[in-house]
Design a protein around this ligand. Structure first.
Ligand code: S3P
Length: 173
């Protein structure tokens, strides 16, 4: 296994701030940032919504699982996971083994506002986004709740969240 410092792994539902916070942490800590969705898009040569449409969600989850295995063998990274990575407990277990896990949360209304004008989230396509987000959040809550360290980003800036994540590491979490 590669030597170095533990990864920082950000979990959380869509719109909780994983990507923005990961970028900020990367700048602050001078670490490589891996945005899992972007890497899957690069490797597959198509956007996530097209992967879902043409190859299906199961195909995407397999690529996601492979990437988790690969990243959990590395060190010194800041990793922004996709919101559904927690659906497979093995993913969380693998990423927690070599990383400090933090789950970002936000109130449903804040999530809805943040994802309002974004069209790259295939699971939110359709008519009633509010209902979809609320249903998905309650179905996934047990998965997110399994991660001990949680930060509610609803009323915080990206900098404030990054600060809290750095503080948690300092306290040995
Ligand atoms: C998903 C979240 C997305 C992306 C895909 C599936 C999910 O990532 O991986 O659309 O199942 O919640 P973000 O959380 O970065 O939007």
């Amino acid at each position: 296994m590669t030597r170095g410092e533990k990864n920082i792994v950000l979990f959380g539902f869509m719109g909780t701030g994983k990507s923005a916070v990961a970028r900020r942490l990367g700048e602050r800590l001078e670490r490589e940032v891996v945005e899992m969705d972007d890497l899957i898009e690069d490797r597959e040569g198509m956007e996530i919504s097209r992967i879902f449409a043409e190859r299906g969600e199961a195909y995407f989850r397999k690529r996601e699982r492979e990437l988790v295995r690969e990243l959990s063998r590395r060190r010194n990274l800041v990793i922004a996971t996709g919101g559904g990575v927690v659906l497979d407990p093995e993913n969380v277990r693998d990423l927690e083994r070599t990383g400090s896990a933090v789950c970002l949360t936000a109130r449903p209304e804040v999530i809805l506002k943040r994802v309002a004008d974004q069209s790259h989230r295939p699971l939110l396509e359709g008519n009633d986004r509010e209902l979809t987000v609320k249903r998905m959040l309650s179905a996934r809550r047990p998965h997110y709740d399994r991660i001990p360290c949680q930060i509610d980003t609803s009323d915080l800036s990206v900098d404030e969240v990054a600060e809290q994540v750095i503080g948690l590491r300092g306290s040995g979490e």
